[in-house]
Write a protein that binds this ligand. Sequence first.
Ligand code: AKB
Length: 342
Amino acid sequence: MRKPVVLITGANGEIGHGLIDHFARAGKTNIVAFDLRPLDAKLQPLVTANVAGDILDAALLQKLADEYEIREIYHLAALLSTRSEHAPELAHRVNVDGTMNLLKLAQDQSRAVQRPVLFLFPSSIAAYGLPSVEAKHQAGRVRESDWTTPTTMYGCNKLYCEQLGRYYSDHYRQLAPEAGACGLDFRAIRFPGLISALTMPSGGTSDYAPEMIHAAAQGKPYACFVPERAQIPFMAMPDGVKAILQLAAAPAARLSQRVYNIAAFSPTAGEIRDRVLAAFPDARITFSIDRPRAAIVDSWPADVDDSAARRDWSWSPDYDADRAFDEYLIPAISEHYRAFAA
Ligand code: AKB
């Protein structure tokens, strides 16, 4: 008999760390962690198996499917927005073909055991694309159905994968239902920029916020690549992890859509600088604009409407900006680097 497991791809990333940690605390260790690199040594005791490999390797995924009964998939592996602009074709392969491989795996698994496989997908505010800063500020809190004209390969990939998730859940093999039946339960969150006290993102365009805070805590200078007025939604990592878990646990009957916005706070880069300076008065923060990256941030909404998530699965963030900085980011990041230096 195959062992029932939860598969986490991109397990070494920021959300993966938070999820594995949460599952371990809840006594759930039937995790198969999948990442290009071997799992972080401190997470290894918390999982059943740690597979270093590529989501484009269909033979490796098949091997996993033969060995385990995969009941839930948290598909976190992706190339983020800045990295994807440097290598758009590679991004398409990883972000789209890789997701297709996982969706197909989930479908096959669900057919084999005759029960739906839960598939959690982190989409992004990058799925939106506003044509100008004026339009962005006029748009206000953007709904899921509005402004879905992304300007980045990553945004296009995320938006398309949301559609693939819907297709594999609701219409797969519609002309041969006997071959395709059973099901996939695809659920996605369009995440804002996430800020973790413990890990640093790499290859994203919202990275200026975590980079600014982590640099200040280490006493390093930081040149922010977007202007002070740049504004997008952000969220403290514990809320990001909470949102994925809440959406995963929500009864299917309560979900009126497959893709949800979530929001917490929406500071400008200048406001982030001010909060960092209040905590680290010696911080050396300057602004040196990288125009292409700043243009990407300008194309993302200043804020999103998360009323559907609030209504359907009782979403509500624990951390507003004050709490995120004063009770999570500043103390935990300071402690992280103090322990690092000791
Ligand atoms: C990125 O900057 O690419 C990500 C995102 C907003 O999805 N952090």
